[in-house]
Each structure stands twice: as C-alpha cells, then as structure tokens.
Ligand binder design. Structure first.
Ligand SMILES: *Cc1c(COP(=O)(O)O)cnc(C)c1O
Length: 469
C-alpha cells in the first residue's frame, strides 16, 4: 500500500479557472451598481442553502463559481457598490485585487527577513513611500530609529501602541498605576486594546469633547494632572484624527503639550481620515504629528487598497520591539542575529504575516500621486455639495461640521423621524447609510469613499433624501 498524493488541478485547469474567476470579478464590479446594496436575506437563509457535506470526491471549478453566483452573491452586502455609504467604506481597486492575487500565488510568510527578503524589503520601502506621499514626519521613516509596518487592522496597530506604551512606562511591575487617556469619541478598538493589554476598564480615562466632538485638551490636562497628583502614571494618550462617529479631529499640538511633559506615549489614530493626507491641502489635520510616538491609518478604508492593509508607524521602534520580540530557537538565523535586517514579526502580535505590500505598491504605481489625490478630492467635493443640499432642507440639520467626505445629519422632528428616513433610504436598495448618536441625537452618516462612487451617485442620494424626508 502506498499513500498517493491528491490529484491537484493541472496548470491548464488552474489557468482556465483563474481566467474564469477574473472574468467573474470584472463582471461583478462592472455590474454591481445594478444590484441592491443590501441583501434581502433572513438569518440562516444563506447557510440553509449550502451543501451539507464535504464532497467525497472533488468537484469541477465551474460548479464552485456557479454556486458563488447562486448561493453567495445574493447574500452579499455589496461594499464595492457605488451607493455604499455605511460605516466607513472599505475600498478596493483593480491593482489592489491583482496584488492580493499575486500574494496568494506566492504564498510566502514574511515573518522574518530571512523567510522572504523581498517581502520585508518591499514593505519597508512602501512604508517610506507613504511617508513622502502623505507628508508625514521624517521620524516615521525607516532610515532613523523609527519606521513603518503593515498590519491587518488599525485595531491591531493600536493594540501594539498600547503594549509598547505600557512597557515603556514600566510594564507589569507598575501596571495598576498606569493610566490611558482618549476622548469619549475614540474608536472602540482603543478600549478593546487597553483591555487586551491587561488594564482594568477604570484605567482608561474618557476625556470630554468640545462642540465639534474633538478632544478638549484642557480636560485632558486636568485628568493627567489629577492622576499625577495622586501618584499615578500617565502612560498613553490616544488622539483621533477623524473620529468614526463624526470625523472630528483632536487637536494634536495641545494634546502633545500635555502628553509629552507627562511622559506619556502619544498614539494618533487616523484610520479613515489619514488617507486624505495625500492631498497637501488636507494635511492641516495632522499638524503636530511630529510629536507623536505612533500613527496609524488605513489604506484599506480610503486609499483604493482592499482590506487588509493598515499602515502603522513608530517614531522609535525600540520600545515596540522590546514589547513584542520573543525569539525561540527554531526561528534564530544569522541575518537576524547580525542586526542588519528588519524582522516584522517583532512589530506585531502574530508571528505569520501576509505579503500585503504588493497590493499597496501596485495601487501607488497604478494611480500615481495625481490619481490618488483626484480620488480623495472628488469625494471631498461631493460631500460638500451634499452638505449644501442638507443645509437648505428645512427638515434636516447638519449634526456636526462636515469632515472631509463624511456628512452627519439629523431630522428636525427627532430620533424616530431620523430612523424612518434611514430605513426608507436603505429600503430603496440603491444606497446603504448607517447611523450614530451625537449629543444624544440620532444621526444619519453619509460616508463617501467607494472606488466607484462619483459625485453623480452622491447627488442621487441627495435627491433620494429630498424625496423621502
Ligand atoms: C475604522 C476605524 C478603526 C478600526 O479599523 P480596523 O482597521 O477595522 O481595525 C479604528 N479607528 C478609527 C478612527 C476608525 O475609523
């Protein structure tokens, strides 16, 4: 008896299935605007239609793709639909999809430089290109003590910032005395990261915000001073540039003036808004970033690169590596021991890592600086026009200052009327918007960011709003 290998698809079968898959994706994206943005499925309906068992013998690829059409596509929320305005859109583009495909085809693990040198070096290079492209402070470049790394999500990146800040301040020995500060509008990932890092919920201070929902630096100073007077140690301040609810921008300069003298790490979360820095005219929101210890933004939100691709920068990599470097014997190698190479496993929580820089590199080269700026500017301008339409509608109020491509608005008749309007808009199938609460009011959010979303689509939403309100 001998155990034979399985029958793998032949190269020719792979090639033709691959062409069919690309055709499927291209046709899907070309026709997605004719679909309803949200699927009309009840809980459990998708699963109930799926084959119950793994087939005993393999099936032809054509059957798989047919089942995607028949069973999966009807249950998809179409994030690449031009009418998708929910949460923050997660955009994509042809070069990003192809970079992702190449990454899968290569199937490399980039945990160490030596496990695939080009995977590490392209990533370092692309992160330095982002510093130039976005006008970020030089301290985030890899040729000094700092540098950048691609993480799976802003949540993971912020967790790494929490860990580095915790340990720089003394780690486990002083953990009960450490305090973390962020605004009441910060993303939930900050609280989650703080809890995962072993802090109690009461060690996180939620700082008040001003009328525009940005962190109040005076309140921050009061909280930090009070804690220091009580013998506690401020170890981390997280500022948000572009909050998730309303796009508010925390003022980095006065926040840094509190964090720095207190010895606290300053982390800046610009997950969504950071992409706008490709345009020089939007870089003002990052004024003061040169005082930050770490910074994260998500090309997977608004820079034409599909999930996952989160750009995380540190001004000094030493504390990060001190927190996250654990070297077992089986991963020791001469390149790492020489200290001449970057081993990105030490810059993140997991060991293994995908070759994510390929897709970002493809996006940067395909669109060029001009294309990337046009993408951002088109959306920002469309948001401005939409906000003007809201402003002249007597039944609607702008609920917060327009932030880049995010418009928040509420119904003058109150929460129930706002909820009804959102439901009516989404019931058209043409658009998907989501909501938030600001100052205890129900607020609709129009977050513009899809690769296929143009000002014509946005004008159409304004028409729908006028008709349905
Ligand atoms: C979307 C968002 C996050 C979370 O991003 P992930 O990459 O999904 O973890 C964090 N912070 C802000 C401000 C966000 O808008």
């Amino acid at each position: 008896m001998s155990a034979e290998p399985p029958r793998h698809p032949t190269p020719e079968e792979f090639r033709s299935a691959g062409y069919a898959t690309i055709d499927w994706i291209v046709d899907y994206l070309a026709g997605v605007q004719d679909r309803s943005v949200s699927p009309a499925v009840a809980p459990g309906e998708v699963r109930a239609a799926l084959p119950d068992t793994v087939p005993e013998t393999g099936e032809p690829f054509a059957d798989l793709l047919a089942d995607v059409d028949r069973l999966i596509a009807p249950g998809i929320t179409h994030w690449q639909h031009p009418g998708f305005y929910g949460y923050f859109p997660g955009n994509s583009s042809p070069p990003a999809v192809l970079g992702e495909l190449l990454s899968a085809g290569l199937g490399v693990q980039g945990m160490l430089w030596s496990t695939s040198p080009a995977c590490t070096e392209l990533e370092t290079h692309v992160m330095d290109l982002l510093v130039d492209l976005c006008g970020l402070p030089d301290r985030f470049r890899s040729d000094g003590p700092g540098g950048g790394v691609i993480q799976d999500s802003a949540s993971s990146a912020s967790l790494c910032a929490v860990l580095a800040a915790r340990d720089r301040a003394g780690g486990a020995a002083v953990l009960p005395d450490l305090r973390v500060y962020t605004s009441s509008q910060a993303h939930s990932s900050i609280e989650k990261g703080v809890l995962v890092a072993g802090f109690g919920a009461d060690q996180l201070r939620a700082i008040d915000v001003d009328d525009a929902y940005a962190m109040d630096p005076v309140a921050l100073r009061a909280a930090v001073d009070a804690d220091m007077a009580a013998g506690l140690i401020p170890c981390l301040v997280v500022a948000t540039v572009g909050t998730t609810s309303s796009g508010a921008v925390d003022p980095l300069v006065p926040i840094a003036e509190v964090a720095g003298p207190a010895g606290a790490w300053l982390h800046v979360d610009a997950a969504w808004a950071g992409s706008a820095a490709v345009c020089p005219e939007h870089r003002g929101i990052l004024g003061g970033l040169e005082h930050a210890d770490s910074y994260v933004f998500n090309p997977h939100k608004w820079l034409l690169t599909n999930f996952d691709c989160s750009a995380f920068f540190v001004a000094d990599r030493a504390p990060l590596l001190d927190s996250l470097s654990v070297v077992p014997e089986y991963l020791r190698n001469s390149a790492s021991d020489s200290g001449e190479v970057v081993d990105y496993r030490d810059w993140q929580v997991p060991l293994g890592r995908r070759f994510r820089s390929l897709k970002l590199w493809f996006v940067l080269r395909t669109y060029g600086v001009e294309g990337l700026r046009a993408h951002i500017r088109h959306h920002v301008e469309a948001a401005g026009r939409f906000a003007e339409r809201i402003g002249v509608n007597p039944r609607l109020d702008l609920a917060a200052p327009v932030s880049l491509s995010l418009v928040c608005f509420s119904h003058v008749d109150g929460d129930a009327a706002g909820e009804e309007l959102l439901a009516a808009l989404n019931a058209t199938g043409e658009v998907l918007l989501t909501h938030t609460r600001l100052s205890d009011r129900y607020v609709l959010r129009l977050a513009i960011g899809g690769a296929q979303t143009t000002s014509t689509h946005v004008d159409r939403v304004a028409d729908l709003v006028d008709r349905l309100v």
